[in-house]
Design a protein around this ligand. Structure first.
Ligand code: SF4
Length: 229
């Protein structure tokens, strides 16, 4: 958890020697709290201060690695907005298909995901993931479309269903893809956690929200709230 400037100041030598470039230890502590300075700029910081401040500056969001090579990274961010500092990992782009879409549409969309490449100022932008939504309610169909999406694109998936049995079937069908199972509710969390562990996927969590706005899916009154490994 982030510490305040006053809490940080208590961990500093309080000699106001100015070697860090600040006039006082408190001023330096304020900069540390605002993430505008690094503790290493104070040559006299104790081991205890390093330990406590190191733990406090750990990213509040755990990192996850997706994809067969685990090279698509998410999380480990310490800020909510880019202007506060910087994002550690780039935003991931996904394209959605529904398992009851026309088969030709699915083929075409998956081929586009696989082949799309945009080069811009030296960067290569691709579609990073495929989201497969269970609209059919049919476990075998959902798992088959997930398997096809992975086979064609070799991208990690977001397997999206409200039915835990359908999610389990899809998770098994794309074992090794290091995808996302979306989503577990408080009732299905234990069961789906096991499915995620057995098949090497990460698990998205859904929770009911009490305010009047709803994020996803609108019909169920729930919001996708977090991803845990
Ligand atoms: S270098 Fe360390 S001890 Fe000196 S003023 Fe800065 S924070 Fe305080």
């Amino acid at each position: 958890m982030a510490l305040t400037g006053l809490q940080i100041q208590k961990l500093l030598p309080k000699t106001n020697c100015k070697e860090c470039g600040s006039n006082t230890c408190l001023a330096f502590a304020m900069k540390l709290a605002a993430k505008k300075a690094e503790l290493s700029e104070c040559p006299y910081a104790s081991d205890e201060a390093k330990k406590i401040l190191g733990a406090a500056s750990e990213p509040p969001v755990k990192g996850i690695a997706l994809g067969p090579e685990k090279n698509l990274k998410l999380g480990e961010e310490t800020v909510l907005y880019r202007h506060e500092k910087t994002f550690v990992h780039q935003t991931v782009f996904a394209v959605n298909i529904n398992d009851n879409d026309n088969p030709q549409t699915i083929e075409k969309t998956l081929a586009s995901v696989r082949d799309y490449l945009l080069e811009r100022v030296g960067e290569k932008l691709r579609v990073d993931m495929v989201c497969v939504t269970d609209k059919s309610g049919n476990s075998a169909k959902f798992a088959a479309i997930c398997a096809k999406a992975y086979e064609v694109t070799k991208r990690p998936l977001v397997m999206r269903s409200l039915n835990p049995a359908n999610l389990a079937a899809a998770a098994q069908a794309v074992k090794g893809s290091n995808s996302v199972i979306a989503s577990a509710t408080p009732k299905t969390a234990d069961e789906l956690r096991k499915v995620a562990d057995e098949n090497g996927h990460v698990l998205a969590l859904t929770a009911r929200i009490s305010t009047s706005f709803q994020l996803f899916p609108p019909s169920s009154g729930t919001a996708d709230s977090a991803i845990s490994s």
